[in-house]
Ligand binder design. Sequence first.
Ligand code: PXG
Length: 298
Amino acid sequence: MPLQVYLDGRWYPKNEAKISVFDHGLLYGDGVFEGIRSYGGLIFKLKEHLNRLWESAHTLMLEIPMTQTEMQKAILETLKRNKLLDAYIRVVVTRGVGDLGLDPAKCLRPTIFIITDKIVLYPESLYANGLEMITVPTVRNLPEAVNPSIKSLNYLNNILAKIEAKNSGCMEALMLNHQGYVAECTGDNIFMVKNEDGAARPRLLTPPVYLGALKGITRQAIIEIAARKQIPFEERILTRHDLFNADEVFLTGTAAEIIPVVKLDGRLIGKGKPGPWTGILRKEFRNLTRKEGVHYTL
Ligand code: PXG
């Protein structure tokens, strides 16, 4: 049976799930989305993802015409129809169908769709050996222009950075903000680990989101794990120099989970292979995804 896609209250086979060419999500990138995962019948941090979706929409003054409870029901039903226990869930809300002007008031009703599909995992070698990354010339959107805290359908900033990384033979890009401080990557937040004062435990550092990053849900989960494990943590303004001289660097995101970074702009990070603290945090995160979440059965 073809994949079933939720669209505005109904389910359609993948090939028949279509939206109008006049939808402002397409014409202007005027809309919001979330990428969520389920692990063995547990949807990880669903409430947090829905809260972020509603917050992104609120900032755009886009009123989602259903409640979070109704959205959760629609997600669960979509997962069931596709018999998926381990899934990638994409929720999209657009401004809806309007005319060729950009005035959102012309759009009478938002378009809502939910795609659930099998999760495409990154190759295990990436986790075993780590990732090589490059800093790209495209700077992260200014918070005062298109705030990176809004998970909007306008991802050109990230796509340009991805293209530049790939042109240089790297899978992922480090994006700086307009002041040259570390912001994040194209679809992941960034952390570093460094033993700064010969303490028993190193310090875990990540840039504050106001410098130009998405408030990642995986990022928050890692911060909470660090607190539980009594790993000192700090949000700190970081430069490339800080990352070059870190003991460990890793990325966090719903799709990637935790990916070690072993090289940045040609500089080896730490020992040039995934570090022990990245491994510990990755294991703890794994355990969490298999233990916590909104439970469902098929
Ligand atoms: N920064 C950006 C710009 C993102 O898009 C993250 C950080 C990490 O946030 P979470 O909440 O996921 O920890 C993201 C999220 C995809 C995909 O298909 C991308 C994301 C999430 C899920 C899937 O590329 N990016």
